[in-house]
Design a protein around this ligand. Sequence first.
Ligand code: ACO
Length: 333
Amino acid sequence: MYNSIVKGIGHYVPEKIVTNDDLAKIMDTSDEWITERTGIKERRYFDPKKDTVQSMGAEASRIALDRAGLKPEDVDMIVFATLSPHYYFPGSGVLMQRELGIPAGVPSLDVRNACSGFMYSLSVADQFIKTGMYKTVLVVGSEIHSSGLDKTTRGRNVAVIFGDGAGAAVLQRSEEKGRGILSTHLHADGNFAEELCIKQPSSANEVWMNHDIVDHPDSRPYMNGNLVFKHAVVRFLEVIGEALKANQMTSEDINLLIPHQANLRISEFVRMKLKLAEGMVFNNIMKYGNTTAASIPIALSEAWEQGKIKEGDTICLAAFGSGFTWASALIKW
Ligand code: ACO
């Protein structure tokens, strides 16, 4: 059995910075409310003339491949996570394949697990490498939320939280024991599907899309914020505990925890419960908001760039989101 190691990591965020004060000009909100409730100070919005989920994913991938010393031709499989795809179908992974020049014939899989999307993708990639099927798998999370948000006072509880961006990781086969991805754990509970969702357009309609549907609030994201918060803190702790137990470790063995950047208050709660010192949990939600599937690879890439991840470190990744879905991974870097 082989191991997967993270050979390279990269991220891309659009140039346009949107501050809390900018949002307060278009909806009834304030920097104080957003900062206190979420920790977010600003987020990035895409440039419709330049950015697509596949172009942003491609840019993050180019950096990750370059850092891995690899080329697009070396990729054996693509796993692409997004909840904001370019087309309804086909998935955005094939569009990124074309854009990056990854050869025709290389498989591309799209993952739709929202905030847990990157973690599910990482786990799928890891399994394909561990079984010996593929040697190099490109795992991408890329999101454009800004075009789908209700940026009026009606949608403010959701709109202030989300931002755009992309991150990528190159996983590669290794025969070194005890290094790379030590474990992944995935979970879902569909009983809460409608607590964090966009319901429309839907194949369940007699006509998939019409003018009434476009104007209906169901075509904008809905979030039961209080319920999401309550479940998130429980599931984060549970799934991190599961990862540690599976590897006979305790929270003292973690060098850095990178949680999905859902909300700074959720991160802080988890940090305190695990009794981790402040610098041991990486947060960048202040700068980017919640970028769902892109948040963990963006954070991983920034943490690595800042020298916060060194060879031999034990890194814990954990996510919770729509579905509900939740997941963790332990990596020996
Ligand atoms: N600006 C100003 N006021 C607002 C805003 C806003 N952007 N949004 C809501 N409010 C108002 C509400 O209308 C409400 O007013 P009222 O008391 O007059 O009715 C008041 O603020 C309090 O609203 P709540 O929803 O109860 O606010 P809460 O303290 O719960 O904070 C929040 C909302 C931040 C969404 C919180 O529930 C939360 O953190 N939830 C976790 C969900 C989360 O982090 N999701 C991230 C995405 S999902 C994921 O990645 C897992």
